[in-house]
Write a protein that binds this ligand. Structure first.
Ligand code: ADP
Length: 403
């Protein structure tokens, strides 16, 4: 089976040990196939590929990203969608860090690959994986335009006061230290959906968006442009996350080095992998956390309370930054699926016009929807994010303009 029209986009999201992908129509959002290669570099790596209602699974050793992408292409071919002949108009690559250099979706050539690689010091786990995915895809589909879509791009124009860390300015300048922000594709997509849903001109809306997945971030958006966001130089700053600490006193690091003999890799592991919900409760998955709380587990309860406390702190800050808010939106795994988090994050704020309707909040609905009472001053919404669709649309747009 081959698609007749040359208008699909292959979206590739290469992580440090995984590659997620989707082949989709950027207009309708219809997904032809989607899947994930995981545990790259391990013996029990593998692929799970879904197309035409069927799931194909295979476990085998996958040496590197190049082998992973080849397996993806082979699996497409075996399941009836030979990618060299499937009407792929563009390949869209999610790239985590665009630094100061990239602030819009960019057609990839050798110099762009080199520049993304040069930014690896800012994202040592992510950018090298992104580059590996890009290089392999360019080899496998040499005639198809490849477009990089940056997770930092939406936040490129943050106001100076929001993006500047109060450290020695010379040190910051020498090492590219500033707030960059991440999850930008999601914050941009979701805030755009909110304006559409409300039938309001985005230029006249003040919004707060909470992207709560395994990674979590908040943004304050005025007139369609972000004025602040919770993630920083790296995706470690801000909210409590599945395994990341979010904000903490930077003095903790010096304390661990001096008093507990930590080296920098141990610090990195502690804050990125062994902290957040997992560090506090032993589990990073919100459903498991809820299960533990229901069983009366005190550590899980505290983890939840810390998580909500941090959310509310950002809510308060952004409410003041914006000078009032029109819409507060929850998205991603936890934001879309956890009514408790939404209710607790916004509890007791009716004096600010912020209210959640319990029935609307509890409804098991997968579509974008309002969960505040009709007469509340601030609209509270749940909007499913779709980073793949946003990347596909951006990649398609760039491919068309470069024609
Ligand atoms: P990421 O893309 O950052 O890996 P997701 O956006 O998929 O993460 O979110 C993952 C989180 O969402 C996990 O903590 C998971 O437990 C949570 N989640 C997913 N579904 C539900 C649900 N039905 N109820 C509560 N939490 C959920």
């Amino acid at each position: 089976m081959t698609e007749a029209v040359d208008d699909l986009v292959l979206v590739i999201n290469s992580g440090s040990s995984s590659i997620k992908y989707q082949l989709l129509d950027p207009d309708s959002g219809t997904v032809t196939a989607a899947g994930m290669v995981d545990r790259i570099g391990e013996d029990n790596a593998g692929i799970e590929h879904k197309a035409d209602g069927e799931t194909t699974e295979r476990r085998e050793a996958i040496a590197d990203h190049r082998a992973g992408l080849r397996l993806i292409f082979d699996t497409f071919a075996e399941t009836g969608h030979d990618l060299s002949n499937a009407g792929v108009r563009a390949v869209g690559h999610r790239v985590v860090h665009g630094g100061e250099v990239f602030y819009r979706p960019t057609l990839i050539d050798d110099s762009v690959v080199e520049a993304i690689s040069d930014l690896s010091a800012l994202a040592p786990l992510h950018n090298p994986a992104n580059v590996a995915g890009i290089e392999s895809a360019r080899q496998l589909l040499p005639d198809v335009p490849q477009v990089a879509v940056f997770d930092t791009a939406f936040f490129h124009g943050l106001p100076d006061a929001a993006k500047t860390y109060a450290i020695d300015a010379k040190v910051a300048a020498a090492h590219g230290i500033r707030k960059y922000g991440f999850h930008g594709t999601s914050h941009e997509y979701v805030s755009g959906q909110v304006a559409e849903l409300l039938g309001r001109d985005p230029a006249r809306l003040n919004q707060i968006v909470f992207h709560l997945g395994n990674g979590a971030s908040a943004s304050a958006i005025r007139g369609g442009r972000p004025i602040d966001t919770s993630m920083g130089l790296t995706p470690l700053e801000g909210l409590v996350m599945g395994t990341r600490s979010g904000d903490l006193d930077p003095g903790i690091i010096a304390h661990l080095v001096r008093s507990a003999d930590y080296d920098i890799d141990q610090v990195d592991r502690l804050l990125n992998r062994d902290s957040g919900l997992k560090g506090l409760s032993g589990v990073n998955d919100f459903r498991e956390l809820r299960g533990l709380i229901d069983k009366g587990d005190a550590a899980a309860r505290l983890a939840y309370d810390v998580y909500i406390h941090r959310l509310r702190r950002y809510l308060g800050a952004y409410l003041i930054d914006l000078g009032g808010v029109d819409a507060i939106t929850f998205t991603a795994g936890v934001g879309e699926n956890s009514p408790d988090v939404r209710a607790d994050a916004l509890a007791g704020l009716s004096r600010f016009g912020i209210e959640v309707d319990p029935a609307a909040n509890a409804a098991k609905d997968r579509t974008a929807r309002r969960i505040s009472p009709p007469d509340a001053k601030v609209v509270v919404l749940v909007v499913p994010t779709n980073e793949e669709l946003a990347i596909a649309r951006a990649a398609h747009r760039v491919a068309e303009t470069e024609k």
